[in-house]
Design a protein around this ligand. Structure first.
Ligand code: VLZ
Length: 134
């Protein structure tokens, strides 16, 4: 693997998360709570094997995958959909395509300086988040 994402990362900035959640049909009350959160990403990486935990005071979310191997993703506690997801390397970026009901759904992670960057897309919405090591 070209990069090591391992560590505990705390959210420092977020753009357009509200519209990203809207594009996933997440209800009003959940969006109001969720947009106030400062989640942490706890990433464990062993070569091409990953677990990414998104932890918050409200809800937690776990994905585990191996780069290049499609996996079934159940977005329980988020928008509660079943997806077929595939993560690949794009140079130093980790790119996930999430096939399902929603078009253009996925995310990209990369390291820039001492920051972990995340772009989340769904339909016509793009949410950008930056995390720093805690
Ligand atoms: O991240 O797919 O790091 O899964 C929001 C948690 C996490 C807060 C959104 C609770 C998941 C919100 C983002 C309740 C609606 C995501 C991937 C890339 C790994």
């Amino acid at each position: 693997a070209p990069v090591d994402f391992s560590g505990t990362w705390g959210l420092v900035s977020s753009e357009n998360f509200e519209n990203y959640m809207k594009s996933l049909d997440i209800d009003f009350m959940t969006r109001k709570v969720a947009k106030m959160l400062t989640p942490q990403k706890v990433i464990e990486q062993q070569g091409d094997k990953f677990s990414i935990r998104t932890l918050s005071t409200f809800r937690n979310y776990l994905v585990e995958f191996k780069v290049g191997e499609e996996y079934e993703e159940d977005t329980k506690g988020l928008d509660n959909r079943k997806l077929l997801s595939l993560v690949t390397w794009d140079n130093e970026r980790l790119v996930c395509v999430q096939k399902g009901e929603k078009k253009n759904r996925g995310w990209t992670h990369w390291i820039q300086g001492d920051e972990l960057h995340l772009e989340l897309t769904c339909e016509d919405q793009l949410c950008k988040q930056v995390y720093q090591k805690v």
